[in-house]
Write a protein that binds this ligand. Structure first.
Ligand code: ADP
Ligand code: ZN
Length: 288
């Protein structure tokens, strides 16, 4: 079956034609400007290609209530041109195909669980640590959503004893994203994360925040695998620090062999899919 996939991000829309096996036949990248400029280019790319269904992994917040009138409508985003834009509805109208939409992080979790580093697990949590911090989850092949979509990047975290940084989340100040995103690292230390590789204090503090978040996710969701991606996780040494902090913070409370010193390396892992995770996940979504 020919499927369409869109990875709708804050800086670019990646559009692709592929199939239910995650194979990508053709792909293009369109800059994210206003909907009036960007969307006609999206419709042009897909026109006449015989796509039967469309999957979209989108930046958010976005309405995911399949039974509501505003399914797939962008909500209160800082990208004001896109506020209230009915992304799924307009695509359905212009291309005449059913559209399935989910958050970018849920789609990444779906992709990892179908084709990436969580394909042997029944549930998986995907967290990105980049410009923002966000996480999505898949349980038995289905992404997690409800009232809205999860906002796991904005949980409360306990401050590190040496940290006086006030945080940069416009809504909460010192929530997880406010303390641990790429821009938070840059603001706190006066340099971008990639230029701080050799400074252990930076990464010890970063691991303190991210490990607290993982411990909360483990307690609440009990995922069988945690995949960590995004620009900040390019610091590969961070994985070891996070795994150690997670084990210390759990204090042996959750009994699972997956969480012991011999197996934690296979529990908290980098992504298995790099460039095409978003697009492949959107294809997986489209086939549902
Ligand atoms: P986005 O979240 O916008 O999709 P990324 O996942 O690439 O994009 O995240 C960008 C953030 O990651 C920036 O704040 C950047 O400083 C940070 N970052 C990128 N590369 C590295 C690196 N090698 N080490 C630490 N931080 C990095
Ligand atoms: Zn916040």
């Amino acid at each position: 079956m020919k499927l369409g996939a869109i990875e709708a991000g804050g800086t670019k829309f990646v559009c692709a034609v592929g199939n239910e096996y995650g194979e990508v036949f053709e792909k293009t990248t369109i800059p994210t400007e206003s909907p009036q400029i960007t969307m006609p280019k999206v419709y042009d790319f897909f026109a006449g290609k015989g796509v039967e269904r469309m999957g979209i992994g989108s930046f958010g917040p976005i309405d995911l209530d399949e039974n509501g009138d505003s399914y797939g409508t962008i909500q209160k985003t800082p990208k004001i041109d896109w506020v209230d834009f009915p992304l799924a509805g307009e695509i359905r109208k212009n291309l005449g195909v059913p559209v399935v939409v989910d958050t970018d992080v849920n789609v990444a979790a779906l992709s990892e669980s179908q084709w990436g580093n969580a394909k042997d697990a029944d549930s998986c949590l995907y967290i990105t640590v980049g410009t923002g911090v966000g996480a999505g989850a898949v349980v038995n092949g289905t992404t997690l959503k409800g009232l809205s979509h999860p906002e796991m990047g904005h949980i409360v975290v306990k401050r590190h004893e040496n940290d006086e940084f006030t945080g940069i989340c416009p809504y909460h100040g010192d929530c997880l994203e406010g303390m641990a995103s790429g821009p938070a690292i840059e603001k706190r230390w006066g340099k971008a994360g990639k230029d701080l590789s050799g400074d252990p204090a930076v990464w010890e503090m970063e691991a303190h925040y991210l490990a607290q978040a993982l411990v909360s996710y483990i307690y609440i969701l009990s995922p069988e695998r945690i995949v960590m991606g995004g620009g900040v996780m390019q610091q590969e040494h961070l994985f070891g620090l996070i795994r150690k902090n997670v084990m210390d913070m759990l204090g042996g409370y959750v009994s699972s062999p997956k969480l012991d010193a011999d197996h934690i390396n296979e529990y908290i892992v980098p992504p298995g899919l790099t460039n095409e995770a978003g697009i492949k996940g959107a294809l997986a979504l489209a086939k549902k």
